[in-house]
Design a protein around this ligand. Structure first.
Ligand SMILES: Nc1nc2c(ncn2[C@@H]2O[C@H](COP(=O)(O)OP(=O)(O)O)[C@@H](O)[C@H]2O)c(=O)[nH]1
Ligand SMILES: [Mg+2]
Length: 276
């Protein structure tokens, strides 16, 4: 990825900020997100350009170093890519802090993998393109990455709050089954494997995502499995999250079978992965 220049962008995205703090690349996988990505990028760059105090429960962008945004378009057949490119022009083209990576459709896991390996920030975070976790939660992850190599956003909080409650009932039920299987067989005890908001130091990201083989939504569990096997230090970071309308996920019997198959094979695929 292009290294950041210090030229300020027109909307003030934090290009000139905190050169001593670790830089961040935010990877956003996007599949047919034309209806959601425009407002998400407005919200994101609005946040990055704001210098004022954070809202309650959130943290200020000025706490982070340079932030670059990398949208990975997973072969969308709608206007997702055009909207990102327009936004890039509006941000100042070359110095937009916004990059688009286009790939043939291969699933969320494959898109995140491509983005994580392409990203060059000191810290690399991935988040859902609908910003279900608001961007002012990013400094929570970067704080955790100062002392841990991997930081897993969690919608389940130590005080018992469960942000997944905003999901529709059928998703919550499926999520419970998934979590039970994943925790038993793949990840070990983790309060929330599927939160789409996770951060890594660059070395850990490049090591872990290079080993990833699962292209589906089960990739989160695979990455946690790999992080444990490789012996990385892992922080669990409670974050805000709210279910956004317009989910791209369609629950079908074929999907459920694929999910079970992917969970089953993860420990087998990686049985020879050595500790660092
Ligand atoms: N690359 C890619 N991303 C996907 C796919 N399906 C969902 N996503 C992305 O995964 C993130 C979460 O998707 P979303 O539909 O909001 O799922 P939900 O919140 O779990 O219902 C968004 O960034 C989507 O664009 C896919 O097939 N490919
Ligand atoms: Mg969502």
């Amino acid at each position: 990825m292009r290294r950041m220049s210090s030229a300020p962008s027109p909307d003030g995205a934090n290009t000139a900020e905190s050169p001593s703090k670790p830089s961040v690349t935010l990877v956003l996988p996007a599949y047919n997100e034309a209806r959601r990505i425009g407002s998400a990028l407005d919200e994101l760059f609005g946040y990055l350009g704001r210098k004022g105090p954070a809202r309650e429960g959130g943290r200020s962008a000025s706490e982070m170093g340079l932030v670059e945004v990398l949208v990975v378009d997973d072969g969308s057949d709608d206007a997702t890519a055009d909207i990102v490119l327009k936004r890039q022009q509006a941000n100042g083209g070359e110095h937009a802090n916004l990059e688009l990576l286009r790939r043939p459709h291969a699933g969320k896991g494959a898109a995140v993998k491509a983005g994580m390996l392409h990203a060059q920030g000191d810290y690399i975070i991935f988040a859902d393109a609908d910003l279900a976790t608001p961007p002012d939660q990013m400094p929570l992850l970067t704080d955790a990455l100062a002392t841990s190599e991997v930081a897993l956003g969690s919608r389940v909080h130590p005080d018992g709050t469960d942000r997944r409650k905003s999901q529709p009932l059928h998703r919550r039920a499926l999520g419970k089954v998934f979590h039970t299987l994943a925790a038993l067989w793949v990840t070990g005890p983790v309060p929330d494997t599927q939160c789409g908001f996770k951060g890594f130091r660059r070395e850990a990201a490049h090591d872990l995502f290079a080993r990833q083989v699962i292209g589906s939504i089960v990739f989160d569990a695979e990455i946690i499995h790999l992080a444990r096997k490789r012996g990385y230090s892992i922080a669990i970071v409670p974050v805000q999250w709210s279910d956004k309308r317009g989910s791209r996920m369609r629950v079908r019997p074929g999907l459920a079978l694929g999910v079970v198959y992917d969970l089953f094979r993860i420990p087998l695929i990686h049985r020879k992965v050595p500790k660092r």
